[in-house]
Design a protein around this ligand. Structure first.
Ligand SMILES: Cc1cc2nc3c(=O)[nH]c(=O)nc-3n(C[C@H](O)[C@H](O)[C@H](O)COP(=O)(O)OP(=O)(O)OC[C@H]3O[C@@H](n4cnc5c(N)ncnc54)[C@H](O)[C@@H]3O)c2cc1C
Length: 451
């Protein structure tokens, strides 16, 4: 039977759920408070430069997200490395060291790279394998894994402070948005098991070659409209109520629906959810908390690096991406410095960030020492992700609520993943599955993605 489905929130979770339900023939209305779709993945224009709110990457193991890109028809707008290759710079090294996978199966695919990883002493390099193998047998879903920090577990498995900050956190901070000492062991185990310890190709890195709104928001609006869905932008939902077996969604002109997918951030969900709809304390959104991401954007008058991206250790820099072509810059080079878990940086003035980050960039890129900085600006996302701390698993509800016809979606819901694009899409799939009462398939391959 054709049902009226209202989806509240047009981030990746809401878009996924809306598309699935529209594809299944339901009458879908998507309500989004902002003037564009895409949620936390958006971009804007500054003096002709197309700027993302923050650099986003995905991995080959993000199969639901790759399926989402296919459904949007935008797989030609991303690049996926044929083989994992990360140049790692340090101001202490004259040249970058490379973390590269070899042709061996996981986890041996990284063994030689780690043994040659000179930012660490030989002892630390040798001790890495033991901890990596032990991490493979941690149960990510066990309550005990959600009670412990990843940092404490790493220490217990012979990992030094150096090994944690220069190797484990290199991957962990970027994927979890928290350092090991603040991250739940369960979430960290998911990331490392899926990304690095099971399938050799899983951690090949992908990124957009266009601004994010051209990858997600704009194509999503087009695909939803083609699929017959109604998209109402600039429409803030202020209340939800149920009468005569249907939902009334308060959104300027109210929407009547048989089923509602609530795909909004935790504080908004906490306000809109009817009392008792989820088995969580009333302050669950505060308890879950959030973690910020800061991006510093630097435009040089000339090219300063030939690398598409690189990581940096022994430095306030973390990951740096060349956004020149995707931003539409014709001359010079535009680099985005992505700072995850940026609790300290989020409050710093631009001037302080500039004084801290530019010398650090010049310390690892000799060509940048001569280059003139034409522009330097900062984007800040205070609530980029939920805080993946111990205890967070118990604060993430599943898609189905206790209220009939009301389901939840969002990267913060119980996907088992940290707050990522993959998690958001998976949550949208789970929400659609709950609405449709069927098993929505998560696509399982990365074919069709240009490498
Ligand atoms: C700077 C930054 C960098 C990141 N980097 C990565 C990365 O490299 N890789 C990765 O996988 N993930 C990354 N993430 C995380 C990823 O972007 C998110 O996990 C994902 O986009 C969340 O999608 P969502 O649909 O769950 O939530 P959201 O994107 O938050 O969507 C919720 C939507 O609900 C709307 N809304 C809110 N209130 C209302 C209301 N009352 N009525 C109607 N609509 C409402 C909002 O406007 C928003 O559009 C990053 C995030 C940030 C901010």
């Amino acid at each position: 039977m054709r049902q009226r489905v209202a989806v509240v929130g047009g981030g990746l979770a809401g878009i996924t759920a809306a598309l699935r339900c529209a594809d299944a023939g339901h009458e879908v209305t998507l309500l989004e408070s902002r003037g564009l779709l895409g949620g936390l993945t958006h971009s804007f224009t500054r003096d002709g430069l197309h700027v993302d709110n923050g650099q986003h990457v995905f991995l080959r193991c993000c199969t639901a997200y790759l399926g989402f890109l296919r459904r949007l028809g935008v797989t030609d707008r991303v690049h996926l490395q044929p083989r994992l290759e990360i140049p790692v710079h340090s101001p202490r090294l004259r040249r970058p060291v490379w973390l590269r996978r070899n042709p061996l199966p996981a986890p041996l695919h990284l063994a030689d790279s780690v043994l040659r990883y000179t930012p660490l002493g030989l002892g630390d390099r040798m001790r890495f394998a033991g901890a990596a193998l032990a991490l493979k047998s941690v149960d990510p879903a066990a309550p005990s894994s959600d009670r412990r920090t990843f940092g404490e577990w790493l220490k217990a498995h012979g990992q030094s402070r150096d090994a944690i900050t220069k190797l484990w956190d290199l991957v962990g901070i970027a994927t979890l948005n928290a350092p090991a000492e603040q991250a739940s062991l369960g979430l960290a185990a998911t990331v490392f098991q899926v990304g690095l310890l099971t399938d050799a190709g899983a951690a090949d890195i992908g990124w957009a070659t266009v601004p994010l709104r051209k990858l997600h928001g704009e194509p999503a609006l087009a695909r939803l409209t083609e699929a017959g869905a109604t998209v109402r932008l600039n429409t803030k939902v202020t209340g939800l109520s149920r009468a005569d077996g249907a939902w009334r969604v308060e959104a300027g002109e109210p929407v009547e629906a048989d089923q509602v997918v609530l795909a909004v951030p935790p504080p908004v969900a906490a306000k809109l959810l009817p009392e008792g709809a989820v088995p969580l304390p009333p302050d669950f959104a505060d308890a879950l908390g959030s973690s910020p991401i800061v991006n510093a954007h630097v435009v040089f008058d000339r090219p300063v690096t030939g690398q598409a991206f690189f990581a940096v250790v022994d430095s306030p820099l973390q990951w740096v991406f060349d956004r020149t072509a995707s931003a539409g810059l014709a001359r010079g080079q535009y680099l985005a410095i992505s700072l995850s878990a940026a609790t300290e940086e989020i409050e710093l003035p631009v001037r302080v960030l500039r004084d801290r980050l530019l010398p650090a960039l010049r310390a690892v890129l000799p060509a940048a020492r001569e280059a003139e900085v034409l522009d330097f600006f900062v984007t800040r996302e205070r609530h980029a992700t939920f805080a993946p701390a111990p205890g967070s698993a118990g604060l993430r509800p599943p898609a189905r609520t206790r209220a009939p016809g009301l389901v939840l979606a969002g990267a913060w819901t119980a996907t088992g993943w940290p707050a990522t694009m993959e998690g958001a899409v998976r949550s949208g799939e789970a929400a659609a599955q709950a609405v449709l009462g069927t098993s929505a398939e998560v696509p399982g391959r990365s074919e069709g993605i240009p490498a």
